[in-house]
Design a protein around this ligand. Structure first.
Ligand SMILES: [Zn+2]
Length: 328
């Protein structure tokens, strides 16, 4: 870091580590200059700490709100979209994101939102203990303030292009980590803005959640195979440090999922609920953190769904309404 909060990268880019109140600690935002001003990629979760950091960074770097000409979102997770509306109010900049990502954000945090009740029902039939449902609802509601106001979007989609930093970037549909996730590829310099689809050091969360298209892990693995065809020499991720040789990292992530699926198949020699599988896989790592439990539970369900899709496991509903899984 040249100064607290921001780091100067090649091409005059600024990387800002925006703090998060979770285990991940920070999300990477990128400020990319061109002749007209700056493009802001994934501004971070809205918290008082994050707002304070941004005001400091902008002041130190001599960037006025009106200098931000475009805000680009890789996906709608709160740690990426959270400050988009806050920045849009100050800058008047368009917020570019996919239509699917925006629809998903509205189901989670928009008026008449239905996601919390749907997630409770999904987890209930997969064995989440009753007493945890209300705490889960409170936890989900706590995010509303951290993503408000939601931005007014301009929709972009895979197959199109967008100008960032005076260069043309190809927009890639990359589902799996989030419905409607986009990556951005600069062909001449072979650089990828990859959001959370491929991360160094940690495996991106793959979650089964209500309302997502079926086969989330299958779609993720398919997307990785597509990303592997790009000769990316430098990738700018949503978390951790920029990394080289994206293909190598994709290979490691794929191997992780193969191992995880095999371990789960072995576990299912006895009938287990999704929650029981989750506890065996993640156990202590999720104790005391609803945030971590939610990620672990949805990740487990995504893998169970994948095993079912491959004919390697099946679930049956008991008289208590709970699904129990077994290998087949
Ligand atoms: Zn994410």
């Amino acid at each position: 870091m040249t100064r607290e909060g921001e780091e100067r990268l090649d091409g005059g880019w600024l990387r800002v580590k925006v703090p998060l109140p979770f285990a991940l600690r920070y999300v990477n935002s990128y400020l990319i200059p061109d002749d007209d001003g700056w493009t802001l990629v994934d501004p971070g979760l809205r918290t008082p700490d994050a707002e304070g950091l941004w005001l400091d960074v902008l002041r130190r770097c001599g960037i006025h709100a009106a200098d931000i000409r475009a805000i680009v979102l890789t996906h709608q997770h709160p740690d990426h979209i959270g400050l988009a509306g806050w920045f849009q109010e100050r800058s008047g900049a368009p917020v570019y994101m996919s239509e699917r990502a925006y629809a998903y954000a509205m189901r989670l945090w928009g008026p008449g939102r239905t996601f919390t009740a749907e997630l409770q029902a999904l987890y209930r039939e997969n064995g989440l203990p009753r007493g945890m449902e209300e705490a889960l609802a409170e936890h989900l509601e706590s995010f509303v303030a951290m993503v408000s106001p939601l931005p007014e979007p301009v929709f972009i989609q895979g197959g199109g292009t967008i100008g960032i930093g005076g260069q043309v970037w190809e927009i890639l549909d990359t589902p799996g980590h989030a419905d409607g996730h986009l990556c951005f590829w600069q062909r001449e310099s072979r650089i990828m803005l990859c959001g959370d689809q491929v991360l160094p050091g940690i495996t991106p969360n793959i979650s089964l959640v209500p309302g997502a298209e079926p086969g989330v892990l299958a779609r993720y693995l398919h997307s990785l195979a597509e990303l592997e065809t790009f000769e990316t020499i430098l990738a700018y991720p949503g978390h951790r440090d920029p990394f080289r040789c994206m293909r190598d990292r994709i290979g490691e992530i794929r191997a992780h999922h193969v191992r995880r699926l095999a371990a789960m198949e072995e576990m299912l020699a006895e009938p287990l609920t999704g929650y029981e599988v989750c506890m065996r896989l993640f156990g202590e790592r999720v104790q005391g953190s609803l945030h971590n439990l939610r990620f672990a539970m949805s990740e487990t369900l995504a893998h169970l769904e994948h095993l079912a899709g491959e004919g390697r496991a099946a679930s049956a509903r008991g008289a208590d309404g709970i699904l129990r899984w077994r290998f087949c």
